[in-house]
Design a protein around this ligand. Structure first.
Ligand SMILES: Nc1nc2c(ncn2[C@@H]2O[C@H](COP(=O)(O)OP(=O)(O)OP(=O)(O)O)[C@@H](O)[C@H]2O)c(=O)[nH]1
Ligand SMILES: [Mg+2]
Length: 306
């Protein structure tokens, strides 16, 4: 391993946030040394990943802020990864009312990073798995990943996270019976946020019924009402997350599925590394108009020679 990457790795492990930010940038952009960095991640990394997903504007960032405040008061070290924050919502805006902003920005117990989506992995950042892995190398208790629940991203977040929290809002009340089957599959905990709206009660009741029906003989999924802007229900939510993490089975199917997909992708990109479209095009230009041209035989020969 190159010395500077080795040094960076040491600093990340010791909790240096600048080093962590640098490491994320290296991995996100595949800069020199990124593979070294990934291949030398520590073993036995203990930080747990909490995914928070839900429709745009459901209050995910507000919930994360409120959870941050709660856990900071309990002396936890937390990293937040926000994927494609569609609103310019500023983490810390709410923290600011209890913790002075200056203190917050230099708070050694919170690390926050926003990532753009890159279209890959159905809405999550293409490097979200690698980035989360790097963050796990730093000494955090919890890593919170916020993603807007659109399309496939919900499914991926469930594979990435040790506990997936799905935030819904009362506006969805009428549609609760038609909540996408996918959401029921991925949620470990439901949050009914904006419980200050009167329709919240109906959504809460319906979710409880759904959770009950789904549970069978197993423990029912928790449904927690919150008013994130007022920190109401946040302690209960934090408690349910901790309880879920404490009782979690070792390797959920969803995780195995995600790892398989990711490994497949890595193998694919590794194998394709030396294959260039230009080279293919040049070679095809020479032979494609021959009467005996056969694309499949050509491809096989090309692979043999590359
Ligand atoms: N009345 C009420 N408003 C809330 C509550 N929680 C959040 N909000 C407001 O809802 C709006 C959206 O909150 P965000 O936390 O940005 O929602 P989000 O889900 O992170 O949104 P995106 O990241 O854009 O998908 C903000 O104006 C919040 O102040 C709540 O419990 N009650
Ligand atoms: Mg948000």
């Amino acid at each position: 391993m190159q010395t500077n990457i080795e040094q960076l790795h040491k600093e990340i492990k010791s909790g240096n946030f600048r080093a962590l930010a640098r490491g994320i940038t290296i991995v996100e952009n595949e800069l020199t040394g990124y593979e070294d960095l990934l291949m030398n991640l520590s073993e036995n990394r203990s930080a747990r990943v909490v995914g928070i997903t839900g429709p745009p504007g459901a209050g995910k960032s507000t919930i994360v802020n409120a959870l941050l405040k709660h856990w900071l008061n309990n002396n936890k070290k937390i990293a937040v990864i926000a994927v494609d924050p569609s609103s310019p919502f500023n983490y810390g805006a709410l923290l600011g009312d209890r913790i002075r902003m200056s203190e917050y920005y230099t708070n050694p117990n919170i690390f926050i990073r926003s990532l753009a989506t890159r279209g890959a992995l159905g809405g999550l950042n293409a490097k979200i798995i690698e980035i989360t892995d790097i963050v796990k190398d730093a000494p955090f208790d919890l890593i919170i990943v916020e993603t807007v629940g659109v399309g496939q991203s919900e499914v991926e977040i469930a594979g990435l996270a040790d506990c997936t929290v799905v935030a819904l809002v009362p506006e969805a009340g009428d549609e609760v019976q038609t909540i996408k089957a996918g959401i029921m599959e991925i949620a470990n905990i439901f949050v009914v946020n904006k419980a200050d709206h009167e329709e919240a009660e109906a959504l809460y009741r319906n979710l409880r019924i759904l959770a009950h029906e789904r549970a069978g003989d197993n423990k029912e999924m928790a449904v927690v009402k919150t008013i994130a802007t007022k920190d109401s229900g946040i302690a209960e939510l934090a408690g349910e997350i901790e309880l879920y993490l404490d009782n979690q089975q070792s390797l959920p199917d969803k995780r195995l599925h995600l790892l398989t997909e990711k490994c497949w992708q890595l193998i694919q990109s590794h194998r394709m590394k030396d294959i260039s479209q230009n080279k293919l095009r040049d070679q095809l230009a020479k032979v494609a108009d021959h009467a005996d041209f056969n694309l499949y035989a050509f491809t096989k020969r090309f692979l043999g020679n590359s």
